[in-house]
Ligand binder design. Structure first.
Ligand SMILES: [Zn+2]
Length: 196
């Protein structure tokens, strides 16, 4: 021990902070000091643990709130980005009619979601013998001729009055067969006797 250290120890003993030279540290006073020190340490450890738990609980609550907000924002973004499903493709219904010795196959286009007939086409006249599309023969007579078997019909057998009548019958048949609930889109002429 150096001279300075020895002097410091002597001063400590004189002030009572250190046991006097020659006295043992295992006496009742020393044991009391140790017990008080251990008690202080234990109390401090419990306090520190409680504070740490409180800090962790607050941090968990803050993180939980942030997570909830992030999930809500994600759900909202997904809702905005969601593309509505495409409408179902229209359904076509082909009918078969005969008028003045000519076959017709009118086609109706149906929007099943809206229960609406959106289009109606009478199509070409067909040969009643071989069921092939007939063609209009050029010339003043304006006859319809079957290119397959040569069957001929007068031009008047497929004029606008006939095609209107055929289309009206097809619409009437469709509406009566499907029952109520179906309507005709704007621009499609309803047959007079049909109940749309
Ligand atoms: Zn034919």
């Amino acid at each position: 021990m150096s001279v300075d250290a020895g002097r410091a120890c002597a001063l400590g003993r004189k002030a009572g902070a250190l046991p006097a030279e020659g006295l043992s540290d295992s006496g009742p006073l020393a044991r009391l000091r140790v017990a008080r020190y251990a008690n202080l340490v234990t109390n401090n450890a419990l306090y520190a643990t409680a504070v740490l738990c409180l800090i962790l609980a607050v941090a968990a609550a803050v993180l939980s709130a942030k997570l909830r907000a992030a999930r809500a924002a994600l759900t909202e973004a997904e809702r905005k980005l969601a593309v509505p499903p495409p409408p179902p493709p229209p359904v076509t219904v082909e009918c078969r009619r005969e008028a003045f010795g000519i076959l017709w196959f009118p086609v109706l286009t149906i929007d099943e979601r809206r229960r609406l007939v959106t289009a109606a086409s009478v199509g070409l006249p067909h040969c009643p013998r071989c069921v092939k599309p007939m063609s209009l023969k050029p010339g003043p007579a304006g006859e319809w001729v079957c290119p397959a078997c040569g069957e001929v019909r007068a031009g008047s057998a497929a004029d606008i009055r006939v095609t209107d009548s055929v289309l009206g019958e097809a619409l009437q048949e469709f509406l009566s067969r499907r029952g109520g609930g179906y309507a005709l889109a704007e621009g499609i002429r309803a047959p007079k006797s049909a109940k749309a």
